[in-house]
Design a binder for this molecule. Structure first.
Ligand code: CP
Length: 302
């Protein structure tokens, strides 16, 4: 398990700080025009078996900035369409000696299964409703960059909590780093069991927003049949959508994307000073470079 990044539960605080510090270093170097080809010739297989824009491009960009050779595999063009199992695909590709696999898949927990069939490090790029650790790390990085601290911050995560791997990974990481985490959304989208320890569920939108340093918004996961949990997208916006007039000046708005204007947030939020949405995308590349660095160094040390 140590050579992988599958969810945030097994990340130590020290590992989180190491990755964040390295990402800061990479960002600073890149913004000053430096080239950072630290891992020339290392290959990474990016297997995206569920749609993605940000995560897929960000991992590919991160690998290229480090001088690595990313090889992209898409489900519809792979031999999975001929009946090969994903386990056998990983077994075969492992024999080409890549340095890492980056995997996006609709099945929760699939990366744990794949880690049993290969010794090559696996990076979970989002599996079903389970986890999205690189998103949580880049969210943390973005908050730290703006607030200059993380411990003691009040953070709300609002939306389709039950279906969201980002909600789970963000909550796990933020709690680990000492934040007070509140969850909110329609009752049909909230867990009625302990979702992540030491989080609380707000009783109203006012409570979810009040005195928050950061609000993470989530889209409704229509591809996971979440549409049946609300009466309509318009109704959702009316009761759970964030509008500019509800926010305090210093509240940061994060969203993992893709966002839907007029549903979980009004369009003026996207263009406001509160939003960190595009900074998240920018920072994602530096954080994923740091994740590669962290895993490849651990691999060579073992
Ligand atoms: N944040 C995120 O996972 O976006 P994509 O689905 O576009 O990768």
């Amino acid at each position: 398990m140590n050579g992988n990044l599958i969810d945030c539960r097994f990340l130590t605080k020290s590992a989180v700080k190491t990755i964040v510090k390295k990402a800061e270093e990479y960002k600073s170097k890149f913004m000053n025009g430096a080239l950072i080809p630290e891992f020339p010739g290392k290959t990474v297989f990016n297997l995206f078996l569920e749609p993605s824009t940000r995560t897929r491009c960000s991992f590919e960009m991160a690998a290229k900035r480090l001088g690595m050779m990313p090889i992209n595999i898409y489900g519809s063009f792979s031999s999975i369409t001929k009946g090969e199992t994903l386990e056998d695909t990983i077994l075969n590709l492992s024999k080409m000696h890549p340095s890492a696999f980056v995997i996006r898949h609709q099945s929760s927990g699939i990366c744990y299964r794949l880690a049993e069939v290969t010794d090559i490090p696996i990076i979970n790029a989002g599996d079903g409703t389970h986890a999205h650790p690189s998103q949580a790390l880049l969210d943390l990085f973005t908050i730290l960059e703006k607030k200059r601290r993380i411990e003691g911050l009040n953070i709300s995560i609002i939306g389709d909590i039950l279906s969201s791997r980002v909600a789970r990974s963000d909550a796990e990481l933020f709690v680990k780093m000492g934040c007070n985490v509140t969850l909110f959304g329609p009752a049909t989208m909230l867990p009625d069991y302990p979702f992540v320890s030491n989080t609380k569920i707000a009783g109203s939108m006012e409570e979810a927003i009040a005195d928050k340093d950061v609000i993470v918004l989530l889209r409704i996961q229509l591809e996971r049949k979440s549409g049946g949990n609300i009466s309509s997208l318009g109704e959702y916006h009316r009761y759970f959508g964030i509008k500019k007039e509800l926010l305090k000046k210093k509240t940061l708005i994060l969203h993992p994307g893709p966002f839907n204007r007029g549903v979980e947030l009004s369009s003026d939020i996207v263009d406001s000073d509160n939003t960190e949405i595009f900074n998240q995308v920018e920072n994602g590349v530096f954080v994923r470079m740091a994740i590669f660095w962290w895993l490849l160094n651990r691999q060579s040390a073992s």
